[in-house]
Design a protein around this ligand. Structure first.
Ligand code: UT7
Length: 337
């Protein structure tokens, strides 16, 4: 039997995003740790980030983002065939946040899967959606990127290099089948597990014995996200341009064809270095890190949702997404809007 891969096209039919209302300024951070607004802005470009109140998880942040995306697509929960929930900070160890969202929003008894690829989670999710739509299995997929990072931050001077960067937030996109000549052109995925410990969260751990987290672990701060910022930075500024060129080459595109590059928002200096290395103009590159910090799997769908809301994206535009983060894992995607 000959297997013919379908030529089904798929596109982003709706976007949405949501940030928790509590704004945490650099000034406020300087009350918890030895840091300054000047240092944070100069080294990262961040002015403020958002933190949830206790009791709010990524599945809660995902609700308003999803409602907005469904509205934009002209769909309801009944139309969605599958949920992909990208998060590195799930509400619970088990079950996944996608399962929680299914219940909270009254989706049908559809499948829901969590994707844990940290900063690249949204793009990995996009590539998974791609496969389901291409095979004809599903027509509309809800893809979320949502994080509550604030509760994994060590808000003392010891944790200052990491704590000033991360924030909470959620973005959503609906991925739909289309007959038009538009949509997602390709996705590109990579990992290199040699660098696991350069950016990781060690505890609780299923392999650490009973219980999964001990008083000693807590005392050593293993419940906090640990980052070797310099090493991550060094790899990021190489991998980003590499994976963006890979995506352009795969589609016979040139850098001038990019209407908007939406890179994962990790540090303004990383984004500026990518722009410089690739020779892109200011208006080709999206940056919103000053408002939200790094929301891990949330950054790309939040930035995309904002760009759409601000009217920066028109039908036919070429958009490129790119990410790099914990793993190390990195990815890119090209979209004809
Ligand atoms: O989501 C994807 C993964 N994340 C990233 O891509 C992040 C990549 N890394 C970074 O963004 C940067 O490495 C950081 C922003 C985390 C750190 O910036 P840096 O320019 O690499 O600073 P550094 O770690 O080299 O530290 C320089 C100095 C140090 O002091 P000494 O040793 O020179 O005396 C740090 O102790 O700055 C100090 N420092 C701070 N000072 C004030 C570190 N954090 C802070 C702080 N406030 N928050």
């Amino acid at each position: 039997v000959e297997i013919v891969f379908s030529k089904v096209k798929w596109y982003i039919s709706g976007t949405g995003f949501y940030l928790p209302p509590r704004v945490v300024s650099n000034e406020e951070m300087s009350k918890y740790m030895d840091t300054t607004d000047k240092w944070i802005q100069e080294r990262t470009g961040i002015k403020e980030r958002r933190y949830v109140d206790p009791g709010v998880g990524p599945s809660d942040l995902a609700i308003p983002a999803t409602e907005q995306a469904l509205n934009a697509a002209g769909l309801t929960v009944k139309d969605i065939d599958f949920i992909i929930f990208a998060t590195s900070t799930p509400d619970y160890y088990a079950p996944g946040s996608g399962c929680l969202l299914q219940n909270k929003m009254g989706f049908g008894e559809i499948g829901a899967v969590d994707v844990r690829v940290q900063c690249s989670g949204f793009l990995y999710g996009l590539s998974i959606a791609e496969q389901y739509i291409r095979t004809g299995m599903f027509k509309h997929i809800l893809l979320i990127g949502a994080e509550v990072q604030s509760t994994a931050m060590n808000l003392t001077t010891e944790g200052r290099d990491t704590a000033i960067i991360f924030g909470d937030g959620a973005g959503a996109a609906i991925i739909s089948k289309t007959d038009e000549n538009r949509g997602i052109m390709s996705t590109h995925l990579h990992t290199d597990g040699r660098y696991v410990k350069e950016l990781w969260l060690e505890s609780p751990s299923s392999k650490s014995g009973h219980p999964r987290i001990t008083g000693k672990d807590l005392h050593e701060g293993k419940q906090y996200l640990q980052m070797n910022g310099k090493e991550v930075f060094r790899h990021a500024v190489t991998r980003f341009p590499e994976v963006i060129w890979e995506a352009l080459d795969a589609n016979n595109l040139k850098k001038d064809d990019i209407h908007l590059l939406i890179p994962h928002q990790a540090n303004l200096r990383i984004t500026q270095t990518i722009q410089k290395k690739m020779g892109l103009e200011n208006n080709q590159v999206i940056s919103n890190i000053h408002k939200y910090g790094n929301t891990t799997a949330g950054t790309i769908p939040i930035a995309l949702g904002e760009a759409v809301e601000e009217g920066k994206v028109s039908k036919g535009n070429i958009l490129v997404f790119a990410s790099f983060g914990s793993g190390f894992s990195w990815a890119s995607a090209v979209v004809k809007w």
